[in-house]
Design a protein around this ligand. Structure first.
Ligand code: SAM
Length: 236
């Protein structure tokens, strides 16, 4: 099995416990990261959305955050599409997020028409995409000119201070142990810290976005740099 198929298989296997574990392992802080990303992007976009595309949607969580943020800001979203290659995740998403369309697909081959999306989002998914350049090209292709790309991710960075050492201990020791206990899958939560360490730094991600033609609008670190938000725009 190639690397990408192995990753997708792993997410399929953990899909039944994914939502519960997500909330426990992040102590619920991910809600705040998601809420502020959606609000910030919608305020920047500041017009009704015909189409929102959430890539690596998993169980569709972020779409619910987009809806709530749009509601608070009085903006409408006509259509939401969630894309993910793990069918187990999509089955849960379809039950959880009524009214959205969920399609099987990978970031580097999106089943979405050219220039049709107002916003493309990907939360904690880009790290799992082996063909990163291919994904960037696809995000660019499906966005309307002026459309926004919103990425939330755990970026790799040099661990220096006390807080960095504490988060490292949590990620490498506690998180895999709790993850194993609840998901009964020994791979899933050792994959998380390993994949973060092997992933890009924020600066490298910024370079990739610009190389793909995007204008950087914002890079924002959350909670001791654990999570980073990128907002980029496809030029008009
Ligand atoms: C950590 S989960 C994040 C799910 C959701 N976005 C969230 O915020 O909870 C990562 C997701 O990426 C998906 N994924 C893995 N490889 C992918 C790829 N090449 N393209 C798109 N999604 C992928 C997995 O199936 C999984 O659902």
């Amino acid at each position: 099995m190639d690397k990408q198929s192995g990753i997708i298989q792993m997410f399929n296997d953990i899909s039944p416990t994914y939502d519960r574990l997500n909330r426990i392992l992040s102590f619920g802080v991910d809600r705040r990261w998601r809420r502020s990303a959606c609000e910030k992007a919608l305020k920047l976009y500041d017009k009704p959305l015909a189409h929102l595309v959430d890539v690596a949607t998993g169980t569709g969580d972020l779409i619910l955050f987009w809806r709530r943020a749009a509601g608070r800001l009085g903006l409408s979203i006509e259509k939401e599409s969630g894309i993910d290659p793990a069918v187990g995740m999509l089955e849960i998403a379809r039950k959880k997020v009524e009214g959205a369309t969920f399609l099987e697909g990978q970031a580097a081959a999106l089943p979405i028409a050219d220039q049709s999306a107002d916003i493309v989002s990907i939360s904690y998914g880009i790290r799992n995409v082996v063909d990163l350049e291919g994904a960037m090209k696809e995000f660019y292709r499906v966005l309307k000119p002026g459309g926004l790309l919103v990425i939330l991710e755990f970026m790799s960075h040099e661990k220096k201070g006390l807080m960095d050492r504490l988060t490292l201990f949590y990620m490498k020791r506690l998180l895999p142990a709790i993850g194993r206990l609840i998901s009964k899958d020994p791979r899933a939560y050792t994959y998380l810290p390993e994949s973060i360490e092997a992933f890009l730094s924020s600066e490298q991600m910024a370079d990739k976005l610009q190389a793909a033609g995007f204008e950087l609008v914002q890079i924002h670190d959350e909670t001791f740099k654990i999570s980073t938000r990128f907002i980029a725009r496809k030029p008009q």
